[in-house]
Design a protein around this ligand. Structure first.
Ligand code: GN1
Ligand code: MG
Length: 367
């Protein structure tokens, strides 16, 4: 696991908080990209979450900070206007001593501090189907809240993030380079990808033809990127706003299904445990469509199952690429971790194909 040296963490904390305010810090959460810590303070201070933003992944930190600041300010006002609690229902960036909402250390590493949301929980796997329905509603509402956010003010923090054909090109380059000599081990996976190549173009083609609208989307709608109220059980706050960019609604729908409607974990080794739960799929469809509140076009609704398959295939392709490149992008716990993840994604995509007609029928039922 990547983790920063204490000296850097403490220096970062000093940029935000007065000496003596911090009591302790510890690694927090299960994100694959940034380093995240929970900060305990002396009485009189709230608890915080400190993050070092991964500058290898996010090469344009200025754009990222702008996006997150603008979106959270916008959401704050929306939540206030709707009678909600902006301190709990969106991320709150805590300013550094110099007034900036982030701090860059002497190595150029960027840090931010947000309020820890008390009495909240998040899940790495669905425990109750109702929670998954609520997460769908939450991500749908999130998208609807941002519907009138001026998309022109958002920068692309990672260009072509969900351009699946480009992700396949990157895989091809990794196979050609075969830096670590692993390509021979993944022939079966490469065949699976090749067999699906043609359909990976479908969403980007529809976007280009104007058949799917460009919206402001979250782009990383895993179940563990939404917080629930520990007391009421209701969905509270969408987090991990680093990839908010113009995108397609079916990406947000699809990534949630990829992660949350899988009967196994994202990194399940036993592929017999990996499958699409149609029950959970249905819960999410119901929640997401409710949350979007009729704002999706017929074409978007019709393409929801395809969004799920594309995001699953694409994520598998990204894990496989990273495996071939020596696991430099996603945080891993052991050497084959990205290969295990890729295999489970492909197994899930294959199961979606077996259940395709049912998926389509479920979407039609709620459309
Ligand atoms: C990363 O940061 P985290 O763990 O929420 C990744 C997503 C992947 C996901 C796979 C910026 O998300 O795109 O879908 O891992 N984030 C980035 O679990 O690449
Ligand atoms: Mg996350």
């Amino acid at each position: 696991m990547r983790a920063e040296s204490n000296e850097y963490i403490e220096n970062a904390l000093k940029a935000f908080l007065p000496d003596g305010a911090v009591v302790s810090y510890r690694l927090f959460g299960n994100g694959h990209i940034n380093d995240t810590y929970r900060i305990e303070c002396v009485e009189g201070y709230p608890r915080f979450v400190l993050q070092r933003i991964n500058g290898e992944v996010f090469q344009n930190l200025e754009a990222l900070n702008n996006n997150v600041e603008r979106v959270t300010e916008f959401l704050r006002e929306k939540i206030k206007a709707g009678g909600g609690d902006p301190d709990r229902e969106t991320l709150n960036l805590y300013p550094a001593k110099d007034g900036q909402k982030h701090y860059t250390d002497e190595r150029g590493q960027c840090w931010r501090l947000t309020l820890y949301i008390e009495d909240s929980v998040c899940y790495d796997q669905v425990e109750k189907p109702e929670d998954f329905y609520l997460s769908g509603k939450g991500f749908g509402q999130f998208q609807r809240m941002l519907a009138d956010f001026p998309a022109g003010k958002l920068e692309e923090t990672i260009p072509d993030f969900h351009d699946t054909p480009k992700r396949l090109e990157a895989l091809r380059r990794a196979v050609e380079a075969d830096t670590w000599g692993y390509a021979g081990r993944v022939q079966k996976e490469l065949e699976f990808v090749a067999a699906h190549e043609a359909e990976t173009h479908v969403a980007m083609d529809m976007l280009r033809k104007g058949e799917l609208p460009l919206r402001v989307t979250h782009n990383d709608t895993k179940l563990n990127n939404i917080m629930f109220d520990a007391k009421t059980g209701d969905v509270l706050c969408v987090v991990d706003l680093d990839t908010i960019m113009p995108g397609l609604s079916i990406f947000d729908f699809g990534d949630s299904i990829r992660f949350g409607a899988n009967t196994g974990a994202e990194d399940e080794r036993d592929l017999k445990k990996v499958s699409l739960s149609l029950e959970l799929f249905e819960c999410y469809v119901r929640g997401f469509l409710e949350g979007c509140g009729g704002s999706l076009t017929d074409a978007e609704v019709r393409m929801l199952p395809m969004g799920a398959k594309l995001m699953t295939l694409e994520c598998g392709v990204r894990f496989l690429t990273d495996y071939l490149e020596g696991s430099v992008y996603f945080r891993t716990a052991y050497p084959e971790h990205n290969l295990v993840r890729a295999r489970s994604q492909f197994a899930l995509a294959a199961d979606m194909e077996r259940k395709w007609d049912e998926m389509v029928k479920i979407v039609e039922k709620y459309a």
